[in-house]
Design a protein around this ligand. Structure first.
Ligand SMILES: [Fe+2]
Length: 337
């Protein structure tokens, strides 16, 4: 009877689309479902019986700000259970951490003793409703505002699949860089929004030019370079996005003054635009495009470093290297251990 119950539980957990992790009272992984392998890039055989902190958090129990890296470990150690807490996880599938929402619970035996803890992870970018109910409440107070941003993102994505995934990654990178540069919470959130909508002006560029595999003619290139202005114009009609407009307008300016549309240089370019430029270039280099395959991460890193002070603000590149280094460093430590 008990045996049948247990196997049905197992089947249900395996069928769930969200990662589910269970740790024992020592913080060691004792169960993970198939979705954990898919979404978190964890290998079941390699992860079971290992400390959760080593498997998903580069051995770091606390983050840069001294908070618990893992809600699951915090629940185990403090008894505090969480509902939809934001958590950054560096999975084997992504260069930088991805944000998930986590529910956690303490596991007790029949006598009420703590035997471990379990967690369910939601990919909030996939579940727009969850995003609306949690993160965006912090970003803005009116939920329609969230819908506006995603309406834009969908509009771009409908024409160019590449741009949609690209916008989300640029937003994630921009958010991390803004945080690493010590900007306040509002600016960090703004960096994310700007990342989502930065290429919205591509709505005004013909599809055959956007997806053209070969080199662009002078006229085609000119049309592409109009997208920051087109984007700024579109966004300027929405009053609560007024802080986003100058950032989007300047996202193709270069630190050395050789960018477009206005040829601004150095500190004349809004800081968030300088952040977007680095985030944008990194994702463009490390993704497959219609005209070339993705470059390896070390090559992209070298390109950013080589262009620090030229195309890019060196302070922004340095902050991004710091973030990348933290995660790379963690992997190396794990590899050696
Ligand atoms: Fe752009």
């Amino acid at each position: 009877m008990d045996g049948e119950g247990a196997s049905l539980d197992r089947l249900i957990l395996e069928a769930l689309p969200c990662p589910v992790l269970v740790i024992d009272h020592g913080g060691f992984l004792i169960y993970l479902n198939s979705a954990s392998e898919r979404e978190l890039g964890v290998n079941k055989e390699e992860a079971i019986s290992h400390p959760l902190i080593d498997i998903l958090f580069q051995g770091k129990k606390f983050d840069r700000k001294g908070r618990y890296s893992s809600a699951l470990i915090e629940t185990l150690e403090t008894g505090r259970e969480f509902s939809l807490r934001l958590e950054e996880i560096k999975t084997a599938l992504h260069v930088l951490p991805k944000v998930f929402l986590v529910d956690t619970s303490i596991l007790r035996d029949r006598d009420g003793g703590v035997v471990g803890a379990c967690a369910v992870y939601y990919n909030f970018l996939r579940d727009r409703k969850l995003l609306k109910e949690t993160v965006m409440n912090r970003l803005t107070t009116v939920s329609e505002q969230f819908e506006t941003i995603y309406a834009f993102a969908e509009a771009i994505g409908a024409r160019d699949q590449y741009t949609m995934g690209h916008s989300e990654k640029v937003a994630e990178y921009a958010r991390l860089i803004a945080e690493a540069l010590g900007l306040d919470e509002k600016e960090v959130d703004l960096a994310y929004i700007c990342g989502i909508v930065h290429d919205v002006g591509k709505i005004g560029v013909p599809e055959n030019i956007l997806n053209k595999p070969g080199a662009l003619t002078t006229d085609e290139f000119k049309q592409v370079t109009q997208h920051p202005e087109k984007g700024a114009t579109i966004l300027s009609h929405i009053s609560w996005l007024e802080d986003v407009v100058p950032v989007v307008l300047a996202h193709h300016e270069r630190y050395d003054g050789r960018g477009y549309p206005r040829g601004l240089r150095g500190e004349e370019i809004p800081l968030l635009s300088r952040i977007l430029a680095v985030a944008d270039a990194f994702d463009a280099m490390t993704s497959d495009r219609s005209y070339r395959k993705a470059l390896p991460v070390p090559v992209a890193i070298n390109e950013l470093k080589r262009n620090a002070g030229g195309q890019f603000d060196p302070r922004v590149v340095e902050a991004f290297m710091r973030i990348l280094g933290e995660y790379k460093g963690g992997e190396e430590e794990r590899g050696n251990g």
